[in-house]
Design a binder for this molecule. Sequence first.
Ligand code: FE2
Length: 389
Amino acid sequence: MKRTRIALASLCIGLAALAVQGAAVAQSEPYKVFDTRPVITEGPYLSALSDTAVSVMWMTDAPSHAKVRLSDGDTVREIEPQVDGLVPVGQRHVVTITGLAPGKRYSYEAIATRVVKLKPYWPDKGLSTSSPTAAFTTFNPQQGKVSFSVVTDTHEDTARIGRLMKMVDWGNTDALLHLGDAFHWLDSEEQLWAKWLRPTIAAMGPGKPLLFARGNHELRGAFARQLAGYVPTPEGSYYYARAMGPVHLLVLDTAEDKPDDTNVYAQLNRTVPYREDELAWLRAQVGANKHFASAPFRVVAMHQGDWGWLPDNGAAWAALANQAGVDLVIAGHDHAFSYQPPDQVHAYHRLVLGQDQLARVDATERTLTVKVLTDKGATVHTLTIPSRR
Ligand SMILES: [Fe+2]
């Protein structure tokens, strides 16, 4: 007993001495743990939620490693990423959660643990910070209705983003869909947060997902190659499909608006093989996906309503959409509203959303409605499409 007291006393003296030096060491770990915690500076937010997966993204002020603690109400599990066998250490954190149950409510905390110095052996660690608990519900292919809100071409105008985000009925929207050109071009991480994600996430919160379709301007600039790390998807791709009850949503990447050999790109673009891969993926989706086959509505969301620059001017894509029974293409890029009903060439409705407009898409098994509003709340257009199936 006496020996224990002496040991405790000397430990206390030791800790006090370390605290004076600003370097308290936790006695519970076999490596050095400094008394320092990371600060969560951005997020967390949910990117590209599906019926079974989601990517959680956030930032810290100092190098840390990250995990998500997830609860379904009964069980708690922790998801910790690894890349090539190593836990990522940095200030940008992405944790992709898979194996979720469709239509289920989950709560989560984003946790970051400071890494003070990455030495080969005995790296110096710090303490952990946890975000407040937030909740989300996965999409359900079987759900009877779905609602989502759409904006586009916000082009770094944070006042515009603020006006549009205020108009979203967050309590009754399942997702925010951004159709691209959030930027003029991409220069830096701070620009990415300041001109788009920060004001967007401030309105959206940690429980609603962002679905993002890349615009042509997002292929430009020194930071364009890093964008995917801030709008991550469980698939690891800018194009993906979502089974959202009555809607099968195909989010496509229409890439650039000019040929790869245009001088302004200086031979740094290779969108032709990229789009070929995307088209092959789309063919597989429409050919084999059960929800696509049975969904009352098939909706394509993409930046450029004419499929973007393609060697065949998009003929193969339009033919595939016709053959697949796509009901609606919703796009941006033009900075002005337009609507065209199905015609001889396009068997689907084409709606282009303007720059200062919000579209609210509501779908049941019988009807899909798109209501387009100005940023002052005036109705621009209401489109109602009955199910063909
Ligand atoms: Fe554009």
